[in-house]
Design a protein around this ligand. Structure first.
Ligand SMILES: Nc1ncnc2c1ncn2[C@@H]1O[C@H](COP(=O)(O)OP(=O)(O)OP(=O)(O)O)[C@@H](O)[C@H]1O
Length: 261
C-alpha cells in the first residue's frame, strides 16, 4: 500500500515562559493512501499540533512530515483542513462559499464550479439553503457548509480537527455517514481528530491513541470492520469490543498522568 502521509520522528516544541515545551515527541506514523486514521487522546496531548504539522501550519522542530514523499513546508491545495470552528464568508451565500475555493483553481469552468458546488451542497443536506447567507443558518448548518466547501476543492487529503464537535448528536452521526460516503466515492486519505471514542472507531481503519506530556503515540488500534459501515456495525459486539479497547487505552493513560502530577 502506498504511504500518503508519513510522520518520521516528528517533534514539536513550543517556547513557553522561556523554556521549551515538548508538545509532540518523536512521532512515527505512516498513513496509507485512502486510509482513514482517527486520533484520540486526553486534552493537550498534541493531537492538533500533529495535524497542524501535516497541514503545514506548524513546522516540526525535529524530524519531518512527508506527503507523497515530499517534506511539508506550507499548506497546499491537495490538503483540505477542516476545524471545529467554521470559517465562512458572512457576505457570501452557501453556494458562493462552497464555490469560493474552486474560483482559486485554474481551469475549472463556471458551469463545472456550479455543478461541483451543488453536488457537495446536496451531499451535506443544504440543498434548500444554497442561496441563504450564513447568519440565517444554525451552527450545525454553517459547519456543514464549511465541510462542503472543503470537499468541493477535491483535496486528496482531508485533515479534520474535531469537525463535528459542535454538532448535535443526530447531525453528528449523519455527518459521519456523509463523510464515509464522500470518502468511498472520492477515495481520499483522512486524518481525523476527535474526543468521541465512538466516532473514532466508527470512521477509522486505525485509531491512534496519544498520551500527553510529552505528546506521543501510546497505541494504534486497528478497526477490523468492513466498509461501508452502517448502524448495524455501531451496534455489533465487535464494535463494542474495539470501542472498549480504545476507551481503556485513553482512560488508563489519563489516570497514569494524574498519578504522575
Ligand atoms: N502555539 C503554541 N504555543 C505554546 N504552546 C502550545 C501552542 N500550541 C499548542 N501548545 C501546547 O501544546 C500542547 C498540545 O496542544 P494541542 O492543541 O496540540 O493538544 P490537543 O491534544 O489537540 O488538545 P485538545 O484536545 O484540548 O484540543 C498543549 O499543552 C498546548 O498548550
Amino acid at each position: 500500500m502506498t504511504t500518503k502521509i508519513s510522520f518520521q520522528q516528528t517533534s514539536c516544541a513550543f517556547l513557553v515562559n522561556g523554556a521549551d515545551f515538548l508538545a509532540v515527541d518523536r512521532v512515527d506514523l505512516d498513513i496509507a493512501d485512502r486510509e482513514v486514521v482517527t486520533v484520540v487522546g486526553p486534552s493537550g496531548c498534541g493531537k492538533s499540533t500533529l495535524l497542524n504539522m501535516a497541514a503545514g501550519l506548524v513546522n516540526p522542530t525535529g524530524g519531518q512530515v512527508y506527503v507523497d514523499g515530499v517534506p511539508v513546508r506550507e499548506p497546499g491545495p491537495e490538503r483540505g483542513v477542516i476545524f471545529q470552528q467554521y470559517a465562512l464568508f458572512p457576505w457570501l451565500t452557501v453556494r458562493s462559499n462552497v464555490e469560493f475555493g474552486l474560483t482559486l483553481q485554474r481551469g475549472v469552468s463556471r458551469a463545472e464550479r456550479r455543478r461541483r458546488a451543488q453536488h457537495f451542497i446536496d451531499l451535506v443536506g443544504l440543498t434548500d439553503f444554497a442561496d441563504a447567507l450564513p447568519k440565517t443558518l444554525s451552527g450545525g448548518m454553517r459547519q456543514r457548509c464549511a465541510i462542503a466547501r472543503a470537499y468541493a476543492v477535491n483535496p486528496s487529503i482531508l485533515l479534520m480537527d474535531e469537525p463535528f464537535g459542535a454538532l448535535d448528536a443526530l447531525t453528528r452521526v449523519q455527518m459521519q455517514d456523509q463523510l464515509l460516503r464522500a470518502w468511498s466515492a472520492e477515495q481520499r486519505t483522512i486524518m481525523f481528530i476527535t474526543h468521541d471514542v465512538d466516532e473514532a472507531v466508527y470512521l477509522a481503519n486505525r485509531v491512534v491513541v496519544m498520551a500527553a506530556r510529552p505528546g506521543r503515540i501510546k497505541e494504534i488500534i486497528p478497526v477490523e470492520l468492513p466498509y461501508p459501515r452502517t448502524e448495524a456495525h455501531r451496534l455489533s459486539p465487535e464494535f463494542t469490543e474495539i470501542r472498549n479497547r480504545v476507551w481503556h487505552a485513553v482512560y488508563h493513560q489519563a489516570l497514569e498522568e494524574d498519578r504522575a502530577t
